[in-house]
Design a protein around this ligand. Structure first.
Ligand code: NAD
Length: 283
């Protein structure tokens, strides 16, 4: 069994990004990322701080627009429009979730597709489904990179994805389908989840439920990708799978923390460099 070291792969990617920002600085270009943070959700703030720190580490200029949870939708749209026109900003991301009175789709659709580094705009989602180059959402993109780095073949494999959100499960399913895997997507209303996971050569789980996948739910030599991030009752970060028991049975497994999580930030930075090159006309 191999424990997939997402931290190590992410660090390799980050080193490359540092080189690229150095190269871009010779053209007098500093890639810029604008983050919009609405409300005072602790987890969202932690993610935003992590993203800003990483940007600083690699030489990406970043700015955080903090707004109270009572902010109007129009004010958020105005800020996005301002960032769309700001030449120093190459990537724009809105930290999710947004307060209930805000129409998330309207907000995401307001981001200029060439600055949509989270890849959540329908323009980029459509390109992903059609297998045309665009911005890929960072978490599924990071998982695909792990498959590549660890030489895990997808063609012809049976995949079970547990969790069907727009930001994780659905884009991951399309990316794996584009690599000729046969993909089964499960969610909260799936009957007999175990009958699906047992058929799979690769199980990817992003549901946000501790111990959702147990040892009896996978066959021998399964590749297990744990996307979930949960805090257990002792305050420890854990994923969605019973890591201790599954790891005895599977061929590859991602730990939490240190698996998919670090890849997400690395791929966001990679997307920001790509956006800077597109927006500044650099090949
Ligand atoms: P979400 O709430 O939008 O979607 C959860 C999905 O899981 C839904 O499709 C739901 O139907 C399904 N689900 C929930 N309970 C289930 C159950 N008992 N059985 C089967 N399916 C079930 O969440 P999300 O934003 O997609 O995030 C999912 C998890 O992934 C969370 O733990 C989140 O913290 C984590 N996440 C991690 C990263 C990372 O970088 N590692 C990035 C994004 C999200």
């Amino acid at each position: 069994m191999v424990i997939i070291d997402g931290k190590k792969v992410a660090n390799e990617i980050i080193q490359k990004i540092k080189q690229q920002t150095k190269e871009l600085s010779s053209y007098d270009i500093t890639p810029g990322l604008a983050v919009i943070l609405v409300g005072d959700d602790t987890a969202s703030r932690t993610y935003v701080n992590m993203k800003s720190e990483r940007c600083k580490d690699v030489g990406i200029y970043s700015i955080v627009h903090e707004m109270p949870s009572s902010i109007s939708q129009q004010k958020i749209l105005d800020t996005i429009n301002m960032m769309n026109q700001n030449e120093n900003i190459d990537g724009i991301l809105v930290q999710l979730p947004l307060p209930k009175h805000i129409d998330q789709n309207k907000i995401l659709e307001a981001i200029k597709p060439s600055k949509d580094v989270d890849g959540f705009h329908p323009f980029n989602m459509g390109r992903l489904v059609a297998n045309i180059d665009g911005f890929l959402p960072a978490t599924p993109y990071g998982i695909m990179e792990l498959f590549k780095r660890y030489d895990i073949e997808l063609k012809g494999k049976n995949v079970c994805i547990v969790g069907a959100s727009n930001i994780v499960g659905k884009p991951l399913a399309s990316l794996m389908l584009n690599q000729f895997a046969t993909v089964d997507i499960c969610h909260i209303y799936t009957n007999d989840l175990k009958s699906h996971t047992l058929k799979a050569d690769i199980v990817c789980v992003g549901a946000g439920v501790i111990n959702l996948i147990t040892e009896d739910m996978i066959k021998d030599e399964t590749v297990v990708i744990d996307i979930g991030i949960n805090k257990n009752k002792n305050g420890k970060l854990v994923g969605d799978v019973d890591f201790k028991n599954l790891s005895k049975k599977c061929s590859y497994i991602t730990p939490v923390p240190g698996g998919v999580g670090p890849m997400t930030i690395a791929m966001l930075l990679k997307n920001t460099i790509k956006a800077a090159k597109i927006n500044k006309g650099i090949k």
